[in-house]
Design a protein around this ligand. Structure first.
Ligand code: NAP
Length: 501
């Protein structure tokens, strides 16, 4: 097990202890057992990691690799992850309390992300520009942005890391990554995989520790060119303010309050079943969770009754509990937050139809479990409809018309994802195109592919991950203008007798 040793930071191609000498225990959220021990980094460790990434970038060595060479290394990373999949899934499951089956699915996605960007790395990024002028060669070339500071959350630790690391390496950037202090295991393990695959020393660096301490320099240090962050809106805002001081690029993947819209003409069996997966997968700790259910009034009773009945049947348990369908929340503090959210919703007038409590029984005593919760009779003025709970809680609202469904679906500061359920294909397209969210599923929920961009409208973020645009985040664009027949411009005439006039 990982805790037989205390895992160190990874800087300049080597494992190094933290300057503070402090350590942090990582505990399994479902039962509290010790799963790993890590060195706790300080701000000076982070500065050392940034310096290492800066030197590796400025040396030009990694940038001098051809796209094909970088692509081969990323393919190799994917192959090693395939080989070590079980070990990675085990560690991810232990840190996050997700069931092992979910951690295995995550690994498949992660491997496909490395394979996708391996291919992207090999594509040419040069473009000849037609200027309409004689003897001019005008070329657009793309170059790596530089040193990337990556900051990731605890819900999909390695998945979120792979969405940043794979395109950054494909583009020729170097990086420092700080995973959440709660879930550092798999990101740390990935550093060894990158070395094994041939990523040169100093290109990939890992700092560990809290956001407040170890994370500090990532958004302020002048040696960082870009901050790529996935996490909460509050932290994203703070990082953006910090980054402004040195005009760093920022890419932000923030929260969501995602409408899941069910029209009366939908396949209700599929819609109801998927509404449960939409919100209760990974106990709702999913940025794109369908936590805001919008139901056409004439089917409201039928839908909410069935969803509440099914929510009450969801079985909770630990990573290896074969009977369990979902797991624990990440921490006691997070469960407290979800409990407060539900209590506030009820005090605002929401009607509790399922859950709203911790499960009873010895099996749950040492874990941060919370029952899947259904809040009915909600309206868009309520804070439970506007705020992200990031837990297993769905709010239910009703609508009467297509226009109202669209209006409610857009009535949020967020714009990450949403879904439409209807058997009318034209209506589905009309609604999908008017919802201001980065991903819209029609008669489905949750799937994504590495080839398609992911990201948010409005306060759900800036920029995109995955796809072509997710790669472009890590590229600078340079215009090279070459005059192949130099000549005088004669703008200034150099007229005799006009000196110093
Ligand atoms: P968070 O509290 O913002 O933390 C995210 C990361 O930022 C953690 O690694 C945290 O470190 C670090 N951090 C905090 N303050 C920092 C600072 N001042 N400087 C540098 N780093 C700092 O978010 P979370 O609670 O972990 O994650 C949940 C949120 O992420 C939700 O809002 C969810 O919607 C969002 N999310 C969005 C997406 C997406 O694709 N849009 C995907 C997943 C999650 P420590 O935790 O170690 O202190």
């Amino acid at each position: 097990m990982a805790y037989e040793k205390i895992t160190e930071l990874f800087i300049g191609g080597e494992r190094v202890g933290s300057s503070s000498g402090e350590i942090r225990n990582v505990l399994h959220p479902a039962d509290g057992h010790l799963v790993a021990i890590f060195h706790e980094g300080s701000a000076s460790d982070t500065v050392a990691a940034i310096d290492a990434a800066r030197s590796a970038f400025d040396s030009g060595h990694w940038r001098s690799f051809s796209g094909e060479q970088r692509g081969k290394i990323l393919e190799q990373v994917a192959d090693i992850l395939e080989r070590d999949k079980a070990r990675f899934a085990e560690a991810e499951s232990a840190d996050t309390a997700k069931r092992i089956i979910e951690a295995n699915y995550d690994m498949d996605d992660i491997i496909s992300v490395f394979r996708y960007f391996a291919t992207r790395a090999t594509l040419s990024h040069e473009r000849e520009v037609t200027t309409g002028r004689e003897n001019i060669r005008s070329t657009m070339v793309s170059e790596p942005v530089g040193v990337i500071a990556m900051i990731t959350p605890w819900n999909y630790p390695l998945l979120q890391a792979s969405w940043k690391i794979a395109p950054a390496l494909a583009a020729g950037c170097t990086f420092v990554i700080k995973p959440s202090e709660l879930t550092p295991s798999t990101t740390s393990m990935l550093m060894d995989v990158l070395s094994e695959a041939g990523v040169p020393a100093g290109v990939a660096n890992l700092v560990l520790g809290s956001g407040a301490v170890a994370g500090g320099p990532l958004s302020t240090h002048p040696g960082v060119d870009m901050v790529s962050f996935t996490g909460s809106l509050a932290t994203g805002k703070r990082l953006m303010v910090n980054a402004a001081e040195t005009i760093k690029r920022v890419a932000l993947e923030l929260g969501g309050k995602n409408p899941n819209i069910i029209f009366a003409d939908a396949d209700l069996d599929a819609a109801i079943d998927n509404a449960l997966t939409a919100v209760f997968l990974h106990s709702g700790q999913v940025c794109s969770a369908g936590a805001r259910l919008l139901v056409e009034r004439k089917i409201h009773n039928q839908v909410v009754t069935e969803i509440a009945r099914r929510a009450d049947q969801i079985r909770l348990g630990g990573s290896h509990d074969l009977d369990a369908e979902t797991g624990a929340l990440i921490s006691a503090a997070h469960r407290d937050k979800v409990e407060r959210y539900v209590a506030d919703a009820i005090s605002e007038g929401a009607v509790l139809r399922a859950g709203g409590k911790r499960p009873e029984g010895e099996k749950y005593a040492n874990g941060f479990f919370y029952r899947p919760t259904v809040l009915d009779e909600c309206t868009s003025e309520m804070s439970c409809v506007q705020d992200e709970s990031f837990g297993p809680v769905v709010t239910v609202e009703v609508f009467d018309t297509e226009e109202e469904a669209i209006k409610l679906g857009n009535d949020t500061i967020f714009g990450l994802a949403g879904a439409v359920w209807t058997n009318d294909a034209d209506k589905a397209q009309r609604v999908a195109r008017q919802l201001r969210h980065g991903t819209i599923w029609i008669n489905d929920y949750h799937p994504y592919v590495a080839q398609a961009e992911w990201g948010g409208f409005k306060q759900s973020g800036i920029g995109r991950e995955l796809g072509e645009a997710g790669f472009a985040e890590y590229l600078e664009h340079k215009h090279i203008w070459q005059n192949q027949k130099p000549a005088r411009s004669d703008w200034f005439k150099a007229t005799e007798g006009h000196e110093n006039v």
